[in-house]
Ligand binder design. Sequence first.
Ligand code: SAH
Ligand code: SF4
Ligand code: F3S
Length: 493
Amino acid sequence: MSETVYLETMGCQMNVLDSELVLGQLFAMGYVSTQDMFAADLVLLNTCSVREHAEEKVYSRLGQLKKHKVHHPESILGVIGCMAERDTDGILSRTPYVDLICGPGQLNQIPALIREIKETRKKAISLATYQSRRVDPAERSTMQFDTLEALDLSRRPQPGAALLQPYIRIQRGCDKFCTFCVVPFTRGPEQSRSPAAIIEEAQMLADAGAKEVTLLGQTVNSYAHMENSKRFRLSDLLALLQDVSGIERIRFVTNHPGDFGDDILVAMRNLPKVCEYLHIPAQSGCNAVLRRMKRQYTVEKYIDLIARARDTVPGIEIASDFIVGFCGETDAEFAETVNLVEQVMYKNIFCFKYSPRPGTAADRTISDDVPASTKRQRNIDLLNLQERISLDRNRPMIGKTVEVLVEGYSKAALKAQEAEQSRGQEIDWRRSNQLVGRTRGDKIVVFDDDEAQVGQLAQIRITAATALTLHGVCVTEQASRTDSVLPVLQHSR
Ligand code: SAH
Ligand code: SF4
Ligand code: F3S
C-alpha cells in the first residue's frame, strides 16, 4: 500500500506554491495525500515566521502530534519553510521528536532527506543559514533557481483552482531589509528567474488549462534579469507573457513602493491580459514611522505613485498592507495612517499588529513599546474605516456588468454542500449552486449558476453589494457560453 502524506500550509502565496511543488516531489516518490494528520506516514508543516502568532500555531500543532509520534515512531514528522530556517534551535529544543527540518531554499532536497531518515532513523536537516549571510556569503548554500520549479506537469499535482489560476515564481528572496521583517533572513537574497524558464512554465500551465497566472515575488517590481547584456524588467516579462496562448489574465504580487517605474503602469494599460490590480503595501502613512521601518520612500512619494497609477491605468484597483503599533508609533503618527487610508480609498487592506521578530533590526535596536491593547484598538479602527470605504466603493457597482473568471463554488455553497452531505442528505443544488469569481480588479463576485461555468469568463450584472462581496446574476449571452472542460473546482483562496 502507498505511504501517505499530510501537508499543512501556513503563510503567504510563496508557501502555497512551495507546498504544491513539494507534493509533486512526494507523489513522484509514490506518496498519496491524506487529510488525516494522525494517520499519515509523513507529516509536513510548511511554516511562516512573519509574526510570532504564526510560529506559535506551529508549536501548538507539533504539541498535538507529540503523542502520535510516541505511538507511531516509524512515522516521519517534518517542519519546512520559513520557520525551519529562522527557529531551527527552538524546534530542536522545544520539539526534539521532529525528524526533518528544511528551509524554504532547500525544498528540492526533501526526497533525499526522507530517504536518509528512513535509512538511518536519524534527524535530517537542510538549511541555507541566511542568518549569517552578511558574515560569510561564501559559505551560504543557495538553491539553484530552477531545481524546485516545475517544468513538467507531474510536478504541479494540485487539481482544481490551482490549475486554473496557478502561481509562477519569478523571484526569490528579498534584499530590502525593512527593519520589522524576517523574510530576508528566511528566504535569503533576491534572485530573479530567467524569462525563458518563466515563459516555458506559463506555456506548460496554459496547455494544461490555466487561464490566469499570478507571478510571485517579495518585490516583483524590482524583477531584473540580465541576459546577453540585456536587462529584462518586470514590464518586459509582462510583454512576453502577453503572447502565451491560452492565458487570459496575468497578475503579479507583491510590489514595493520604492523604485516603481512607469514602465510597469504603461504595460498594465497596454497589455490586455495584465489585470488592473496593484497590491502595493504602504505599511504606514507617517514619514517618521516609514523611516524607522527603513521602507525607503515617503508618504508623498507613495501618494504620487497611486496618482500616477490611477492616471495611467483606467479602472485600476489598489490594495495595501499596514502594520499598526510599530515601535514608538504615537496616536498622532497612527492618525497619519488613518489619513492615508481615507485619502487613497483602497479596494481592500490587510492590517497587522506589529510583532517583533528576533534578529531583525527593529527588534535589536528599537523598543516594542506600544501596548498590546493599543495595537488591538488601532487594528480594529483601521479595519472598520476600510470596511466603510470598501462598502462605499462597492455600492455604485450595483446595476453594472463586470467580467469574472469563475473559480468554483463559493465558500457558502461548499459549506451548505458539506452540511447536507454530513446529514446524509442529497445535495440540494438550488441551495448550493452559488459560484464565485473575481473581476480583473480582484473583486469577489458570487452568483447562482451551473458548475459548467467554472473556468469560464462570465459577464455578471451586479445586484447587491457588501464591503467584501458583490452579488449578481450571470448575463453572458447564451450563444457565447461554452461549458467548461475542467473538473469541478474548489474555491481555495
Ligand atoms: N514583501 C512584501 C510583504 C511580505 S510580509 C512587502 O514588502 O510588502 C507580508 C506583510 O506582513 C507585510 O506587508 C507586513 O504588512 C506584514 N508584516 C511583516 N513583518 C511583520 C511584523 N514583524 N509584524 C507585523 N506584521 C508584519
Ligand atoms: Fe519584508 Fe520589506 Fe522585503 Fe517586503 S520588502 S519582504 S516587508 S524586507
Ligand atoms: Fe511567512 Fe515566509 Fe511568506 S515568513 S509570509 S511564509 S515568505
